[in-house]
Design a protein around this ligand. Structure first.
Ligand code: FAD
Length: 288
């Protein structure tokens, strides 16, 4: 098994303490030589300035290739494109382009008057600028808004055809879920790389809630294993074992790149990467 390339997702910090935690996380994971790191854009557009500042600071001070997330929520087209231009001016040339979730309390996504009506419109507008490499979200277990899996995949194809070059998936817990989705995407004529999104389980009850909200299946064996691990205080060990096994199976199945949802905590992601043979660059240099 050859070591995959990796990327890491962070969220923008909302306090001084959170800024230090993010910086510690970046310093801990940077030696693993990520192909890119990405910074989320808060639900409902709530972290617009924080995302812009975190993206610019990471770009200027970490030396990493930074991708900024951007959604269509709560902004006109002009406002959204102005944020994209701020990223470009700061030297950031990669965007993860998303429709975004409805604001809290709203059941369905409603475009802002004067805003992009869906992710394809945003992707086309960003592609027209010629300034960005664009990635998009993908949903192996179907997005809750998609009528069925075929509609889910047809829409992903439209997003890629609109100007995106790669897709990053929602998290999932069984490799077959990803392989089935990848096969279906290939059958639908999708040629762009689909990058599996991996969520190391930092907190079991939080993960359950998160999975329920976004429609990710929690297999019974995983539930049983975490219930037992909680009793024995071995959740961290189990989290590393489960994610390492998932990633190894994905790599054996031809996956070359893994995207980790770090939740701004480095330890599990770093240990999983080490177990997969993703070694700190400094160590590699030393060995060579
Ligand atoms: P889309 O793929 O555009 O739409 C979701 C589904 O709805 C599609 O599968 C399609 O079936 C259906 N659909 C939507 N519009 C149409 C249409 N016009 N016609 C037909 N079908 C349609 N959220 C944030 O707020 N901030 C973030 O930073 C963020 N980062 C994310 C990163 C990744 C990798 C992923 C996977 C998700 C992220 N999200 C983020 C969550 C995302 O915003 C939500 O899942 C949102 O509900 C969908 O956004 P999307 O761009 O993926 O949607």
């Amino acid at each position: 098994m050859s070591a995959p390339s990796v990327s890491f997702e962070f969220f923008p910090p909302k306090s001084l303490e959170a800024s230090f935690r993010l910086w510690d996380t970046v310093q801990s994971l940077a030696p693993l030589d990520p192909r890119f790191v990405s910074v989320t854009y808060g639900a409902g557009g709530t972290t617009r300035e924080l995302t812009r500042d975190a993206v610019a600071t990471l770009h200027n001070s970490s030396g990493l290739n930074v991708a900024a997330h951007l959604t269509c929520v709560e902004a006109t087209k002009e406002e959204t494109l102005a944020i994209a231009q701020d990223f470009a001016k700061a030297g950031v040339r990669e965007i993860v382009a998303l429709r975004g979730d409805p604001p809290k309390g709203a059941a369905n996504f409603e475009p802002h008057p004067g805003g992009f009506t869906d992710s394809c419109e945003l992707i086309s507008a960003l592609a027209d600028t010629g300034d960005f490499t664009i990635r998009v979200g993908a949903y192996p277990e179907k997005h809750p808004d998609a009528a069925d899996q075929q509609a889910n995949i047809d829409w992903l194809k439209r997003k890629l055809d609109a100007g995106a070059s790669e897709a990053i998936t929602q998290f999932f817990f069984e490799a077959d879920t990803f392989f089935r989705f990848r096969d279906d995407c290939t059958k639908a004529g999708i040629e762009a790389p689909i990058i599996p999104g991996i969520l190391p389980i930092e907190n079991w009850s939080g993960t359950r809630r998160f999975a329920q909200a976004c429609g990710a299946t929690i297999p019974d064996w995983l539930s049983d294993a975490f219930d037992k691990a909680q009793r024995d205080d071995r959740e961290e060990l189990l989290a590393i074992a489960v994610a390492t096994e998932l990633c190894s199976t994905l790599i054996d199945g031809g996956v070359e790149h893994l995207h980790f949802y770090t939740l701004n905590r480095p330890d599990l992601t770093r240990d999983i990467c080490h177990a997969l043979g993703v070694t700190p660059k400094a160590e590699l240099r030393h060995v060579a």
